[in-house]
Design a protein around this ligand. Sequence first.
Ligand SMILES: Cc1cc2nc3c(=O)[nH]c(=O)nc-3n(C[C@H](O)[C@H](O)[C@H](O)COP(=O)(O)OP(=O)(O)OC[C@H]3O[C@@H](n4cnc5c(N)ncnc54)[C@H](O)[C@@H]3O)c2cc1C
Length: 511
Amino acid sequence: MMRPRDPSLLLSVSCLFHVMLLQPWTVYAEPFMHSDVAAQISTANFTQALNLLGADQVCLIEFYASWCPACKHFAPKFEKFANFLKDKRLGGRLLYIARVDCAIEVDLCGAFNVPGYPALFLGLAPDFLAKDPKKLQIYHGHDRQLQHLATWVGEYFKTELIYSEVEAGAPVGGAASSGAHTSSATAKRRPLPSGPEWSLADVEGATLQLWSILATTPSLHRGAEKRAALRGILEGWAAAHPSTSCKSHANGLLSSYDKLWPAGEEAAPAALLQSEPCGPPAGLAFRGEWVTCRGSKPDSRGYSCGLWEMLHTMALRFPEKPGAAGPAQAMMTFLTLFNTHFFQCAPCQKHFGRILASPEAAAVTDRRSLSLWLWRVHNEVNERLRGIEAQYGHSTTGDPEFPKEQWPAPESCPHCRASDSASAWVEDRVWEYLQRVFGVGSAPGADGVRPVTQLQLGQSSRIRTTSVLYSLLPVLGVAAAALLMFLVVRGNMISGRRGRSSGMLWSSAVK
Ligand SMILES: Cc1cc2nc3c(=O)[nH]c(=O)nc-3n(C[C@H](O)[C@H](O)[C@H](O)COP(=O)(O)OP(=O)(O)OC[C@H]3O[C@@H](n4cnc5c(N)ncnc54)[C@H](O)[C@@H]3O)c2cc1C
C-alpha cells in the first residue's frame, strides 16, 4: 500500500494527483531499510549534514529508490559494505556514509542527475554540497561484488582495499541472513486473485509514476534522443493503452508535441512535463492506492507490478493497421524505448536489455508470439528473482505474501501445463489464458467498458439505462422478429380464412 507521508495530502483526490505529478514520491514511497551505519539524508537535512563535515571529508552516498526492486536486493549488500568500511581510516579519516531515497528526495536526486538506481557517489563534502556530479566518482556497475566496490573505493584513496566478510560482520537488520527465509520462501504460495488478475487503476498508476520519474529527472528529459523517445512512448500509449483516458490524453499530447517540446529545445519545457498524461484525476480509476499490485507492506510491489500489467495489456491492444507497423513491431519499439531511456532500475534495465537483444525477441512476429514471449520473459524474471529472494529473504527484498512463482498457477489455468509434466507449458492454452486475462475488456473499466460497480452504484441513471438497453438489444431484436413472424403468420391465416370464405361467397354468388 502507498502511504502518504503527510495525511493532509489526502485532502482531495485532485490535490493528491497534483502533488504526485510534482513531488510524486512523497506520496508513494518510504525508506525500506534504516541503517545504523549509513545516515539517511534528505533534501531538508542535506546541507546541514554536509556543512558539519570538513572540506577534506570524503563521503560515500548511495542514491536508491524505494520502488526499485533491484535496490532492495542491493540494500543488504550496501549494509555489509558500510559495516566493512565504518572503522576504516582511509586517507587518514573515517568515511562519511549516507543514503538518499530518490523516490522521496526527487529534487535532490534530480540535482545530482543520478544515472539509474542504485548508484554510489564518492567524493569530497564540498563537491556534494555544490551538487556537482562531474567532480564525484560514480559507481554504476551492476555486478556489485563487494570486492569490486572495495577496489573502487581503494582506487580513490590510491590504496589496495580487500573486502572481508569477517570485517563486515553481521548485516544490520539481518537482511542477508542467507537461507533463513528459504524454506518459507518455497513453502508459501502466492494468493490466487479473487477477481481480475490486473486492474486498470494500477496500469494508470504506473503510467503516472513513469511520467513523474521522467518529469523530475533532468537527464530523462534532455536532448533530441529523449525528445524522440518520449514521443515514441506517447505513440505507444495512444495506440494501445487499456485506459481510455490515458489513451486519449496521449493522443492529445502527441497532436501538439512539436509545440509542447519544439525541436532544437534542449530540455522538455515545464508545460509538457506538468501536463497530465492521463487527463484529470477525477476521470481515472487510480485513486492513489494500488489495487491488484498492492503489497503486504508499504515498500513492496506497486510500480513495477503496474508496469508488467501495462506491458501485458498493451501487447494485446496494438491494432493491426494496413501499411503501418504490425502489433508485434510496434510493441517491441515501445519496449525498447522504455527500457533504453526511462527504466531507472539499473539492473532491471540491463537484464531486460539483454533479453530484448536476444534471438527469441527477434523471432516475435505477431500478436500471439509477442504475448507468449512477454509471458516467458516475465516468468524468466520471476525465476531469477525467486533465487535472489531465497538467498536474501523476502523481508527486505520482496513481498513475503507474493513469492515469485511461475504463472499462471494450475488453479488459474488447469490446462496450461501438460498433464504429464508440471513444468511443460501448452502454449495454445497459455495464449487463450493471456487473451482472456489481459485482453480487451478483461478488467472493469478497461477499454471504456464501464466498471460493474459504477453501474450498480448508478452514478448516472442515463448511463445505466443506456447500458441496460444496450445489453438487452439482442433479446429485444429476437423478440421483435418473433412477434413480426407471429403477426405475419396470423395475418396470412386470417386472410386465408377470409379468402376461403369470401371465395365460397364469391363462388356461391357466381353460382
Ligand atoms: C520489464 C521488467 C523487468 C524487470 N526486471 C527486474 C530485474 O531484473 N530485477 C528485479 O529485481 N526486478 C525486476 N523487475 C520487477 C519485478 O519483476 C517485479 O515487478 C517486482 O518484484 C514486483 O513483483 P510482484 O510480486 O508485484 O509481481 P509482478 O511480477 O510484478 O507481477 C505483476 C502482474 O503480473 C501477473 N503475475 C505475475 N506473477 C504472477 C503469478 N505468480 N500468478 C499470477 N499472476 C502473476 C499478475 O497480473 C501481476 O499483477 C522488472 C519489472 C519489469 C516490468
